[in-house]
Design a protein around this ligand. Structure first.
Ligand code: S3P
Length: 420
C-alpha cells in the first residue's frame, strides 16, 4: 500500500521511459533477424523483459544494460520451449504469430491476468493461414505446432494492433501474400519496423499486405511512451505545468490529444521531428479549466490505454461526460471499465459503468480515498494522478504493478512532488 498526498501545484520537466509497443517489436524482430543490433532508450519494464526472455529461449542472444538492449538475432528458432509471457498481451499475441510459421513446437503461457484474456482473436485468424495454435478454452496456455502457412486476406472485426501484428508476423513465413484489413487503423509500429528491416510490406489505408521475407537487424532509438507521458500531461492540465520530452507522437497513438482538445486542455507540441521512422515531440501542458466531453468511435484505438486517465480527467470537468465504443477495455490487464469506475468513485467522484464505456458527472474537486489497482499498471498510475489532484489524498493498494510499463513512476512523481 502506498500513501499519496495531494498537491496544490505540480510542475516539472520529465523524461519518460521508452515506448512499450516499440520496444517489444524492436526486441522481437531483431531477435529473429540476421545480424546484431542495439536498442536505445528501450523500456526495460517487466513486459518487455518477458519478450526478451522468450526470444532468448528461442535462440537469440540478448543483453540488457540499463535502458540499452543488445540483440544478436537467430532466424532459426529452438523447438520445444515453454515461453513465459508474464503479464504481457503484446508478447503472447505477437509471438504466437511469429512462432506459428517457424516449423517448431512451443507453448506460450502467462500470469493469472494474462490467462484470462481472449486468445481466440489470434488463434482463429492464424488458423485461416494454416497455423496450428491450440488454446485452452480460448485462453492461454497456447500450444503452437509446426505447420506450413499460406497467405490469405483476413478482415478483422476489431481494431487491434496485437492481432494485426500477429498475422503480419505469421505472414513473414507464409507462402504468397498475407493481407490484413482493419475496421479502423490501429497503432502501426509493426508495419513501420518491418519496412525498415527490409520486409516486403505495403500499407494502403487500413489494409496491410506482406510477403514472405527475411529481416535485417537494425538499431532502434525508442521514443518515450506517450502512454507513460500521459500521467504527467494530465497532472499539468489539472495542477500546473509539465513538459514531457522526446515523446512519440505517431498519429496512431495521439488520440489523447483529441480528448485534450475536447476537454479544453491547453497544450503545445514543441520541437517536432522524425527519428527512426517515428514522429517525436516535446509536449507542454498547462493548467486548464476542463469541460465535459463526448468521446467514442474511430478515435478509440488511438487512446485505448489512456482511457482510464481520460475518464479520471472527466471527473474533474464541468458537466456530464460520455465515453462509448470502448468495450475492449473489458479485456485488458483488468476489466478497465469496472476498475476505472471503481477508482473514480473511491475518490469521491461520480462514474457510472456502461456496457462499452462510462458516464461521468464532473465535480469541482474530488475528496480522495483508498484505491485498489487490481494489479493493473494503468489503474495504479491513474490512481496516483487522481490522488495528487484530490483534496485529501489517500492510498493505492498494490501500487508496485507500475513496473510493468513504468518502473520508476513513483520516483519520477516524487522527484517533482517531493510528497510521495
Ligand atoms: C498494443 C496494442 C493494444 C494496447 C496494448 C499494446 C500493442 O492492444 O492496448 O497496450 O503493442 O500492439 P490491442 O491490440 O489488444 O488493442
Amino acid at each position: 500500500m502506498l500513501e499519496i498526498k495531494p498537491r496544490e501545484y505540480f510542475e516539472g520537466e520529465f523524461s519518460l521511459p521508452g515506448d512499450k509497443s516499440i520496444t517489444h517489436r524492436a526486441v522481437m524482430l531483431n531477435a529473429c533477424a540476421d545480424g546484431e543490433s542495439t536498442i536505445t532508450n528501450a523500456l526495460t519494464g517487466e513486459d518487455c523483459l518477458s519478450t526478451a526472455a522468450c526470444m532468448r529461449a528461442l535462440g537469440a542472444e540478448i543483453k540488457v544494460d540499463g535502458t540499452t538492449i543488445f540483440v544478436k538475432g537467430s532466424p532459426d528458432f529452438k523447438s520445444g520451449q515453454r515461453l513465459n509471457c508474464g503479464n504481457s498481451g503484446t508478447t503472447i499475441r505477437l509471438l504466437t504469430g511469429l512462432v506459428a510459421g517457424k516449423g517448431i513446437q512451443a507453448e506460450l503461457y502467462g500470469d493469472d491476468s494474462l490467462s484470462k484474456r481472449p486468445m481466440g482473436r489470434v488463434s482463429e485468424p492464424l488458423a485461416l493461414l494454416g497455423a496450428k495454435v491450440q488454446t485452452t478454452d480460448g485462453t492461454a496456455p497456447l500450444v503452437v505446432s509446426p505447420a506450413t502457412l499460406c497467405g490469405q486476406e483476413i478482415t478483422l472485426k476489431i481494431a487491434s494492433a496485437q492481432v494485426k501484428s500477429a498475422i503480419l508476423l505469421a505472414g513473414l513465413n507464409a507462402e504468397g501474400v498475407t493481407r490484413v484489413v482493419e475496421p479502423v487503423k490501429s497503432r502501426d509500429h509493426t508495419e513501420r519496423m518491418l519496412q525498415a528491416m527490409g520486409a516486403e510490406i505495403r500499407v494502403d489505408g487500413n489494409t496491410v499486405e506482406i510477403k514472405k521475407s527475411k529481416l535485417k537487424a537494425i538499431d532502434v532509438s525508442v521514443p518515450s511512451d506517450i502512454s507513460s507521458a500521459a500521467y504527467f500531461m494530465a497532472l499539468g492540465a489539472l495542477k500546473g505545468k509539465t513538459l514531457c520530452k522526446n515523446v512519440g507522437v505517431n498519429p496512431t497513438r495521439t488520440g489523447i490529444l483529441v480528448a485534450f482538445d475536447k476537454l479544453g486542455v491547453k497544450y503545445t507540441l514543441l520541437n517536432r521531428r522524425v527519428s527512426g521512422g517515428e514522429e517525436i515531440a516535446d509536449i507542454l501542458v498547462e493548467k486548464s479549466p476542463l469541460k465535459a466531453i463526448e468521446l467514442g468511435g474511430e478515435v478509440i484505438p488511438a487512446l485505448i490505454d489512456e482511457l482510464p486517465l481520460i475518464a479520471l480527467m472527466c471527473a474533474f470537468a464541468e458537466g456530464e461526460s460520455r465515453i462509448f465504443g470502448a468495450k475492449e477495455l473489458r479485456v485488458k490487464e483488468s476489466d478497465r471499465i469496472k476498475t476505472t469506475a471503481e477508482l473514480i468513485n473511491a475518490l469521491g467522484g461520480d462514474c457510472l459503468e456502461t456496457q462499452d464505456g462510462f458516464i461521468i458527472r464532473g465535480k469541482a474537486s474530488l475528496r480522495g480515498g483508498k484505491v485498489n489497482s487490481y494489479l493493473d499498471h494503468r489503474i495504479a498510475m491513474t490512481a496516483a494522478v487522481g490522488l495528487i489532484a484530490s483534496k485529501e489524498g489517500g492510498e493505492i493498494v498494490n501500487p508496485e504493478c507500475c513496473a510493468i510499463s513504468f518502473p520508476d513512476f513513483f520516483e519520477k512523481l516524487g522527484v517533482c512532488a517531493g510528497q510521495v
